[in-house]
Ligand binder design. Structure first.
Ligand SMILES: *Cc1c(COP(=O)(O)O)cnc(C)c1O
Length: 472
């Protein structure tokens, strides 16, 4: 069956993977979703169990990207998922803390956070698509930490891509800043903005609002709503399932530290494809937009001023960008209803899906949720370290804390590790009284020479810089 993508809001013609790949939002403001999820039956599941990561990734991704020649996709995945880039042939190794309790290591890529898994594929498939179209792209992004460095490491050295990344000057940890600024590649342009993350994001919006400039310089994005990123994340749910079970009649639950809902939405896709997932446990920090929804049925986005700065900063969000895709499934793909809900969100700042029938629908998707505080994270890091000798980061700790609340006997619980502790050394010191270890290759990161320009929060200056450096 041919895979086609439609907009959640129903206002655009169906497209193939290659067409949604480089686009951002659908023209009607919605997000691209598959017309229907591909189904993997029990026989196929048994066959996939034995596959190494790149082959498993091929089996999943070719169902979503059936307009790419199979051999080309295979080659891209073989380049993206290597021992060199991810530290082991397993790519996402499973650590067992005790029988039935596991940590799935998603953070062994070049920037030590789970975003590398999707981003390394994106780097390959972007370059491939631009090559085929005979064109180039200038990626403009804003980051508060993990996304920017992950994108830069995925796009570095790519001939048809330049990356212009805005980051708040002096607001990231020295380690995070060095992960970006120490890259020697000339297609990576780091711009440190005298301001906060919101200023950076506003500048990206302002540049994109200039349609003429955007078209002239082929401005692109790599944000978390990109469908290729979601599809690439589906793979490790399968990998984790196989690693934690012996047979395909077993169910597992996943605990997922959540912000923009991209990671856990990929879990929802895997479950919709037939992977035997019992529960998807959404864990938030103090920014509990998602937890509030699953508890009450009310989705209420926050104002920028209401966002808490927390010790799991990659989950400090005011709204969950990918949530619209999930809600589209909850309303039975009724695009009119979905569009009406998002209009209401624009006007009133919230909507409600709290009728008895809607509660039943939400429960049928397996979602449950919880939130945690800084105290919870520190306590969880300490107790996991003392009990199991395993050190986890603050985001993973949010997931473990909430996951344990929902643990059921006889159902393996897989907690997704979304970053390594070394990225958040201050909280680790607070929890266990010493520094986290540095993985090999990161010993002197902060001492390397850096390439960054400090600029004012002025979109016109960004445009001038892009015009100067853009690929032609
Ligand atoms: C991005 C990120 C998250 C949140 O993932 P979403 O897909 O936005 O829900 C969690 N932990 C870390 C370390 C991250 O970088």
């Amino acid at each position: 069956m041919t895979m086609r993508y439609v907009s959640t809001r129903g206002g655009t013609p169906a497209q193939r993977f290659g067409e949604v790949l480089l686009g951002g939002l659908a023209a009607d403001g919605g997000l691209a979703i598959p017309e229907s999820y591909p189904v993997i039956d029990a026989g196929e599941l048994a066959r996939l169990r034995a596959l190494a990561y790149p082959e498993l990734a091929f089996e999943i991704l070719h169902r979503f990207a059936d307009d790419l020649p199979a051999e080309d996709l295979r080659a891209m995945l073989a380049r993206a998922y290597t021992r060199e880039r991810f530290g082991s042939a397993e790519i996402t190794p499973l650590r067992t803390l005790e029988p039935g309790l596991h940590i799935l290591g998603l953070s062994n890529g070049p920037t030590l956070a789970f975003k590398d898994i999707a981003m390394q594929f994106l780097g390959e498939v972007f370059e491939y698509a631009l090559e085929r179209a005979g064109t180039t792209m200038n990626i403009l992004g804003a980051t508060s930490g993990d996304t920017g460095s992950s994108a830069e490491h995925a796009m570095r050295g790519k001939r048809r891509l330049k990356v212009f990344m805005l980051s708040p000057y002096g607001k990231m940890s020295p380690f995070q800043a060095a992960q970006m600024y120490a890259l020697p590649d000339t297609n990576i342009i780091n711009l440190a903005v005298r301001g906060v993350f919101d200023d950076c994001q506003d500048m990206v919006k302002a540049v994109n609002a200039d349609a003429e400039f955007k078209a002239l310089f082929r401005i692109g994005a790599v944000n978390s709503i990109n469908w290729a990123r979601i599809a690439a994340q589906v793979v490790y749910y399968f990998k984790g399932y196989f690693a934690a079970t012996l047979g395909d009649d077993e169910q597992v639950s996943f605990a997922v530290p959540s912000g923009n809902f991209g990671n856990i939405y990929a879990g929802h896709v895997a479950r919709s494809m037939g992977l035997p997932i019992r529960r998807l446990i959404a864990a938030t920090n103090e920014n509990d937009v998602l937890d509030e929804f699953f508890r009450t049925g009310v989705y209420r986005v926050r104002k920028a001023s209401e966002v808490h700065q927390t010790s799991s900063p990659s989950m400090d969000i005011s709204k969950a960008s990918n949530f619209e895709r999930y809600v589209s499934d909850l309303v039975g793909r009724d695009a009119g209803r979905l569009a009406a809900l998002w209009r209401q969100l624009d006007v009133a700042g919230s909507f409600e899906l709290a009728s008895a029938a809607e509660r039943v629908r939400i429960a049928a998707t397996g979602f449950v949720s919880g939130s945690s505080t800084h105290r919870d994270r520190i306590d969880t890091i300490r107790s996991v370290y003392r009990t199991y000798g395993t050190l986890i980061d603050t985001h993973t700790a949010d997931g473990v804390k909430v996951g344990l609340q929902y643990r059921e006997s006889g159902v393996p619980l897989i907690c997704l590790e979304t970053a390594l502790p070394v990225k958040f050394a201050e909280s680790i010191r607070e929890a266990i009284g010493r520094e986290p270890e540095r993985p090999p290759g990161f010993e002197n990161l902060e001492d390397l020479p850096q390439r960054v320009s400090v600029i004012d929060p002025d979109p016109e200056q960004v445009k001038r810089i892009i015009a100067q450096h853009a690929t032609s």
